[in-house]
Design a binder for this molecule. Structure first.
Ligand SMILES: [Zn+2]
Length: 335
C-alpha cells in the first residue's frame, strides 16, 4: 500500500511550501522593499539623430518625431485587400506611425538643413522634435546658413517659423520656384483637393517671415545650390517637388523628400499613390524612375518618411523593389 507514505510526503511538501512562502514574504519586506526604491521608468526615446560621413561632408539625420496616419484612407490606386496583405507582411496595420526625417549637411564651410519637420502644425504629440534634436546633435538653430526645402508641405516646412518668427534666424530658405509660385499664391487653392487646402495658409505662416525679410530665394530645376549640393527635379507630389544630390570625394547621397510615403506598400508597388500628391500620375512615374535608377546604381538614399534615420539603398525584387536600411556604423566618427 502506498497511501500512508503519500500522505506523509504531501504533509512534508506543505511544510516546505509554507516555509518558502514565509521566506519570500520576508525578502519582499526587508531586502528589495526597504533598501532600494523602485527605479522609475524613464519613458523618453533616444536622442533623434544619426551621424555619418559622406566624403568630407558630415551628414546628420534628424528626427522630427512621428505622426500616426491612416494609410487605408490615404493611399490610392490600391485595394483594401492588397493593402492589408502588404502591410501584414511587414507586421503592420493601416494605422501607421510614420517617421518625419530631416537632414543636416555640414560641408565644412556651410551648414545646410534639408527640410524642417512640422513645427507646431501637428499639435503637441506628433512631429515638432527637430529643434530639440538639432541641439542634441551638437548644433544650434542659429548655426544653420541655408534651409533647402524638398517641397512646401507642413511636415517639411512647418518648422521654419515659431509664432511668426524665423526658427533659423541666420538662414536663407531656398525652394524650387514652381513650389513657391504654387503654394504662396492663394489663387491656386482650387487646384488641390479640399482636404489639402490648409497647406496654403500653412505655407504663408511658415515661409512668410523669411519672405518679408528678403531671405526666401527660389532655384530652377537642376540648379547647383553649392559645390556638392544639387537640386534634382521630381515634380509631381507637388509642382516643384525636388530631390537633393549631395556629393563629396566621389561619395553620393540622394535625398528623396516625399518620393515615397509608405515603404512597405510603395516599394513592392510603386504605382500606389497618396492623397497628398498634387499630380499622382506624375508622382508615381517619378517614384518608379527613381527606384529603378537607385537599384541599378546602388545609390545611398535618405527619405523623409522611411523609419528613422531613413537611410538605405534599394534593390529590385520581382516587379517592384525592396528597401535595404544602412548598416549601423561609427566609421569616421569619434565619441
Ligand atoms: Zn511629407
Amino acid at each position: 500500500m502506498t497511501t500512508p507514505r503519500l500522505t506523509a510526503r504531501t504533509r512534508l511538501s506543505s511544510v516546505l511550501l509554507a516555509a518558502a512562502t514565509a521566506l519570500s514574504a520576508a525578502w519582499a519586506l526587508s531586502g528589495s522593499g526597504a533598501a532600494h526604491a523602485a527605479a522609475p521608468q524613464v519613458r523618453t526615446q533616444a536622442p533623434g539623430y544619426y551621424r555619418m560621413m559622406l566624403g568630407d561632408f558630415e551628414i546628420t539625420a534628424l528626427s522630427d518625431g512621428t505622426a500616426t496616419i491612416p494609410l487605408d484612407k490615404l493611399l490610392k490606386r490600391t485595394t483594401p485587400r492588397e493593402l492589408e496583405r502588404l502591410l501584414g507582411e511587414a507586421y503592420l496595420k493601416p494605422q501607421i506611425e510614420t517617421s518625419i526625417n530631416a537632414y543636416l549637411i555640414n560641408t565644412g564651410s556651410r551648414l545646410v538643413l534639408v527640410d524642417t519637420g512640422a513645427g507646431a502644425l501637428f499639435g503637441p504629440t506628433a512631429g515638432g522634435r527637430l529643434l530639440k534634436n538639432i541641439k542634441a546633435a551638437g548644433y544650434k538653430p542659429e548655426d544653420v546658413d541655408l534651409v533647402l526645402l524638398t517641397h512646401i508641405h507642413g511636415d517639411h516646412s512647418g518648422g521654419l517659423s515659431i509664432d511668426g518668427q524665423p526658427a533659423f534666424p541666420n538662414a536663407v530658405v531656398r525652394v524650387d520656384r514652381h513650389d513657391s509660385d504654387f503654394w504662396l499664391n492663394p489663387r491656386n487653392i482650387d487646384r488641390v483637393a479640399q482636404s489639402e487646402r490648409h497647406s496654403f495658409a500653412e505655407a504663408a505662416a511658415s515661409l512668410g517671415p523669411y519672405q518679408a525679410a528678403g531671405r526666401l530665394l527660389t532655384f530652377e530645376p537642376g540648379a547647383e545650390i553649392l559645390p556638392g549640393v544639387k537640386a534634382v527635379a521630381a515634380h509631381g507630389h507637388t509642382p516643384g517637388h525636388s530631390l537633393f544630390e549631395i556629393q563629396s570625394r566621389g561619395e553620393r547621397l540622394l535625398i528623396w523628400g516625399d518620393l515615397i510615403h509608405a515603404k512597405d506598400v510603395q516599394f513592392p508597388r510603386p504605382g500606389i499613390t497618396i492623397r497628398f500628391d498634387v499630380d499622382d500620375a506624375a508622382a508615381a512615374s517619378q517614384r518608379q524612375t527613381a527606384m529603378r535608377s537607385a537599384a541599378r546604381e546602388g545609390t545611398l538614399i535618405a527619405a523623409a518618411h522611411i523609419a528613422f534615420p531613413g537611410l538605405g539603398r534599394v534593390r529590385a525584387a520581382g516587379k517592384g523593389f525592396v528597401w535595404i536600411p544602412v548598416n549601423y556604423s561609427r566609421a569616421g566618427l569619434t565619441d
